[in-house]
Design a protein. Structure first.
Length: 187
């Protein structure tokens, strides 16, 4: 396993631990412990374990679950952006793009980042909507909620990498294909 794969597994395990920690603090142990016990070990199911925790949090605690999960995504993204920044020299939008592509929470995505436009000040890329939605459907999570959480994580991650840059996300249709378009630019 190479270094970025090791870091990505560490990132996913940390997301799992962050969710557990926040929900242990805010809900009684008789509610959270069954959720933890049902959870599969990350090494068995590297890609979807934290998504199963997200699904449980959202379905069991509705609005409070969404607010806490959003908080976890934002805090986790920012702290990991800061952590990964130590190993990278981030000076341009292209640097941000490359790091985001390497450390996306969704393991299946790096090959699915498609650049639409790139210059010194902006990188615009898309991910086919069905790639993300299929991953989220496997875990039975509402894709619009998951899209918001994923976008929140990416925005916070980029802010942690370099606060001079920003991410903007939109849903669009390119050549008849539904996509999520992300634009990274300097503030």
């Amino acid at each position: 396993m190479n270094n970025s794969e090791d870091i990505r597994l560490e990132l996913l395990k940390d997301m799992e631990n962050s969710i557990i920690k926040v929900f242990k603090i805010n809900f009684s142990n008789d509610v959270i412990n069954p959720m933890i016990e049902k959870s599969t070990v990350l090494e068995k199911n590297k890609k979807d374990n934290y998504l199963n925790l997200v699904k449980t949090a959202l379905s069991n605690w509705k609005r409070a679950g969404l607010e806490l999960t959003t908080y976890v995504y934002e805090h986790h993204g920012y702290s990991w952006g800061k952590k990964i920044k130590e190993n990278h020299n981030i000076k341009s939008v292209e640097d941000i793009y490359k790091v985001l592509k390497d450390y996306d929470l969704n393991i299946s995505l790096p090959g699915n980042y498609n650049i639409i436009y790139k210059d010194n000040d902006i990188v615009k890329f898309y991910i086919k909507k069905h790639v993300l939605i299929d991953t989220w459907k496997e875990c039975r999570i509402n894709y619009s909620l998951m899209y918001d959480l994923d976008r929140t994580w990416k925005e916070a991650f980029i802010n942690g990498l370099n606060s001079d840059f920003k991410l903007q996300a939109t849903a669009e249709n390119i050549d008849g294909i539904d996509v999520f378009v992300y634009t990274i630019f300097e503030k």
